[in-house]
Write a protein that binds this ligand. Structure first.
Ligand code: G1P
Length: 247
């Protein structure tokens, strides 16, 4: 939403799909268009590109992993600027444990040299985050991909195709940005703590979708008020109502 994207396809398991639909619906209440697709088995991120083919049409698109958390000043600008690309645009971040991620290594003159999924001996500390911008070729690259040792169609295989064609661009997320993984209980707890601390200190919510939609002018004051009323007397509803009296 902060990148100005209003059309979203959520790809998830048969079980979780129903919960997402119940929680977010078709997005019309926040000025968005949200649709759903099911991935029957966890057969890899690149499979999402194939599943999304019909939805994607002929446009460039962004793909983001549901367990990745991004937070930091300047992020909306970074995302907006990064949308001017040809081929693929990935976002990398310095981490202390690159072996757990796809890793980008650069040549001496700063050009992408290789991309390796979970290298045993990483040649760099630049982890590839779960946010990707691709052009249409990503879908055909995904179709050419064969399953890795872990039985998945790896997104790094798709990225490697762009690298081979010298069409891989990257943006380094600065140290002022927090990129967290929330895929296991410990990392989810870390992310929740960060959100709690910042929200309590500042009084602003992180990733409050109704607020973002309203600040983006995708919904009006009265629409926001209507949503706030649907939360009755909860803290969340009070927060939304407060936005209208402050601004
Ligand atoms: C996936 C990608 C990996 C990327 C990571 C980011 O890993 O395969 O390249 O660095 O997401 O979260 P996975 O979560 O499937 O292990």
């Amino acid at each position: 939403m902060l990148a100005g994207i209003r059309e979203v396809l959520i790809i998830t398991t048969p079980r979780d799909s129903e919960s997402y639909k119940e929680l977010i619906g078709n997005g019309s209440s926040i000025g968005m268009n949200i649709s759903y697709e099911i991935q029957v088995k966890p057969e890899g991120l690149a499979q999402a590109l194939i599943l999304g083919e019909k939805f994607l049409g002929q446009e460039k698109f962004a793909m983001i992993l549901g367990d990745n958390f991004f937070y930091g000043a300047g992020l909306p600008n970074t995302l907006t600027n990064a949308q001017i690309f040809s081929g693929a645009q990935i976002f990398v971040y310095e981490v202390s444990n690159p072996e757990n991620y796809g890793v980008l290594t650069l040549s001496d003159n700063g050009i992408p040299k290789n991309v390796i999924e979970k290298p045993i001996l990483p040649q760099s500390n630049l982890a590839i985050t779960g946010l990707y911008f691709f052009d249409q070729d990503a879908i055909s690259f995904a179709k050419e991909t064969t399953p890795s040792k872990r039985g998945e169609l790896e997104i790094t295989s798709v990225i490697n195709q762009y690298l081979k064609q010298c069409r891989l661009n990257f943006t380094r997320l600065s140290r002022g940005v927090a990129w967290l993984d929330t895929g296991n209980p410990n990392s989810l707890h870390d992310a929740a703590s960060l959100v709690k601390i910042i929200e309590e200190r500042t009084g602003h919510k992180i990733a409050c979708i109704e607020e973002i939609a309203w600040r983006n002018n995708w919904i009006s004051d009265s629409q926001l008020l209507e949503i706030a009323s649907s939360f009755t007397i909860s803290e969340y509803g009070k927060y939304l109502r407060k936005l209208l009296s402050y601004d």
